[in-house]
Design a protein around this ligand. Structure first.
Ligand SMILES: CC(C)=CCC/C(C)=C/CC/C(C)=C/CC/C(C)=C/[C@@H]1[C@@H](COP(=O)(O)OP(=O)(O)O)[C@]1(C)CC/C=C(\C)CC/C=C(\C)CCC=C(C)C
Ligand code: MN
Length: 398
C-alpha cells in the first residue's frame, strides 16, 4: 500500500511551516531505534577515531563497504522486482480516492522548495522522467531539511536528542508512517525505488558529527564527514537516476563515482566557505596539512591571504578536482535523461574552484560564485556531454 494512504494532513504540517519543522517535531515522542547496522558503525567509528593514531580501518575503506552494500542491495532489489513485474522502473500506485491528489500536492511542494533553494538544479530535473524528478525532489527536500537542522536559523537549539527524533521520523516514513506532507513524498519515493535507508541515517550521523566536532585532524577524518553530509546524497540519488541499460559498468563503480561527486562537491563547498565557517568558529580543513604548510587556526582567523595560504589552497583544490575527475566516468553510465542535470551540477560546482583561483585564493572575505553568463555557457556543454552514451570500457570499482 502506498505510504500516503495512511498519512493525514495536520494544520501544522510542514506545508504550512515550510522548512521550519521545529515547531512540530516536539509533538511526537519517538523511541530511538538502534539497529544492528548503526551499532556496528559506532564500533567502527571508535576504531577510526582511535586516539593512538593507528587507524585500523581508513574512512575510505569504511565508506567503500557502504558503497558495496548499496550496489549489492540495488542489484538484489532490481532482480526481485524484475521477477514481480515486467516494467521494473516504478511500482504502480495503489490509490484510495483523494490520496493521490494529496500526494501530488506533497511532491509539488517538494518541487517548489527545490526550485527555491537550487534553481539551476531544479531546471535540470525537469528533463528527467516525471517519476524520477518527483523522487529526486523528495530526497532533495529531506536532505535540505536535515542540513537546516544544523545550518539553519534554529541550529543553536538543535541537540543530539533532536537528531535522534529526526532519525525516528526517518524510520517511521520508511515504515509507511510519514509525519508530515514532505515526509509523505519521501515515504512514497522509497516505496517505489530501491533506495536504502543507510545513506539517510549516515547523513544524520554527519549532522551529529557537526554538533560535536569543529576540527578535523587529517583528511581521513574530513573524508568521513564529507561522506556523511554529501557522499550519501550520491548514494541516495543513483537508484532514482538509474543506470543506463546499455552500461557495462559494474554497479558498484557507478555508486563509487556518485560518492566521489558528493565528496568533490563537499570539499568545494568547504573551500568556498572557509571565511564564513571560521566566523562560526569552524575549520573544516585537515589540521595536519595546515601544520605542514606552516599554518594554524590563528592564520585562518586572521583571514590574510599569504603565500603559505596559496600553497595550501592549491593542494586542496587539486584534491577536490581529483574527486570530480573520478565522478566523471560515472555520469556517463547513468540513464540518458538523468545525465544532463548531473553533468550540469558537476560542471557548475567544479567551476567554483576556478573562481577561488580567480579570487587569488581569497576565500576569507570573497565568496567564489559562478556568474550567470558562465552558468548559461555551462548548460549546453553539460547537455552535449549528456549525449555521450556509456562506453564499453569498464569503470574501475575502487
Ligand atoms: C542532480 C543532482 C545534483 C542530484 C542530487 C540532488 C539532491 C538530492 C541534493 C541534495 C543536496 C543537499 C541539500 C544536501 C544536504 C547537505 C548539503 C547542504 C550538502 C552540500 C550541497 C551543496 O549545497 P549548497 O551549495 O546549497 O551548500 P550550503 O548549504 O549553502 O553550504 C553539497 C555540497 C553536497 C551535495 C551533494 C550532491 C549534490 C551529490 C551529487 C551526486 C550525485 C547526484 C550522484 C550522481 C551520479 C554519478 C554516477 C556521478
Ligand atoms: Mn550547509
Amino acid at each position: 500500500m502506498s505510504a500516503a494512504l495512511i498519512w493525514v494532513v495536520s494544520p501544522n504540517s510542514e506545508l504550512c511551516n515550510g522548512l521550519g519543522f521545529l515547531e512540530t517535531k516536539e509533538k511526537r515522542g519517538f523511541n530511538r531505534l538502534n539497529n544492528i547496522v548503526s551499532r556496528k558503525r559506532d564500533v567502527v567509528r571508535r576504531v577510526v577515531a582511535n586516539p593512538s593514531g593507528n587507524l585500523a580501518i581508513s574512512s575510505e575503506q569504511l565508506v567503500y563497504d557502504v558503497v558495496l552494500k548499496q550496489a549489492a542491495l540495488v542489484k538484489e532489489q532490481m532482480r526481485s522486482r524484475a521477477e514481480e513485474v515486467e516494467d521494473v522502473e516504478v511500482k504502480p500506485d495503489v490509490v484510495l480516492p483523494g490520496t493521490l491528489g494529496l500526494l501530488n500536492e506533497a511532491y509539488d511542494r517538494c518541487g517548489e522548495v527545490c526550485a527555491e533553494y537550487a534553481k539551476t538544479f531544479y531546471l535540470g530535473t525537469l528533463l528527467m522522467t516525471p517519476e524520477r524528478r518527483k523522487a529526486i525532489w523528495a530526497i532533495y527536500v529531506w536532505c535540505r531539511r536535515t542540513d537546516e537542522l544544523v545550518d539553519g536559523p534554529n541550529a543553536s537549539h538543535i541537540t543530539p536528542k533532536a537528531l535522534d527524533r529526526w532519525e525516528s521520523r526517518l524510520e517511521d516514513l520508511y515504515n509507511g508512517r510519514p509525519f508530515d506532507m514532505l515526509d509523505a513524498a519521501l515515504s512514497d519515493t522509497v516505496s517505489k525505488f530501491p533506495v536504502d535507508i543507510q545513506p539517510f541515517k549516515d547523513m544524520i550521523d554527519g549532522m551529529r558529527m557537526d554538533l560535536r566536532k569543529s576540527r578535523y585532524e587529517n583528511f581521513d577524518e574530513l573524508y568521513l564527514y564529507c561522506y556523511y553530509v554529501a557522499g550519501t546524497v550520491g548514494l541516495m540519488s543513483v537508484p532514482i537516476m538509474g543506470i543506463a541499460p546499455e552500461s557495462n559498468a559494474p554497479t558498484e563503480s557507478v555508486y563509487n563515482a556518485a560518492l566521489a561527486l558528493g565528496i568533490a562537491n563537499q570539499l568545494t563547498n568547504i573551500l568556498r566557505d572557509v571565511g564564513e565557517d571560521a566566523r562560526r568558529g569552524r575549520v573544516y580543513l585537515p589540521q595536519d596539512e595546515l601544520a605542514q604548510a606552516g599554518l594554524s587556526d590563528e592564520d585562518i582567523f586572521a583571514m590574510k591571504v599569504t603565500d603559505k595560504w596559496r600553497f595550501f589552497m592549491k593542494k586542496q583544490i587539486k584534491r577536490a578536482r581529483t574527486f570530480f575527475d573520478q565522478a566523471e566516468e560515472g555520469v556517463t553510465q547513468l540513464s540518458s535523461a538523468s545525465r544532463w542535470p548531473v553533468w550540469a551540477s558537476l560542471l557548475l560546482y567544479r567551476q567554483i574552484l576556478d573562481e577561488i583561483e580567480a579570487n587569488d585564493y581569497n576565500n576569507f572575505t570573497k565568496r567564489a560564485y559562478v556568474s550567470k553568463p558562465k552558468k548559461i555557457v555551462a548548460l549546453p556543454i553539460a547537455y552535449a556531454k549528456s549525449l555521450v552514451p556509456p562506453s564499453s570500457r569498464n569503470l574501475v570499482s575502487n
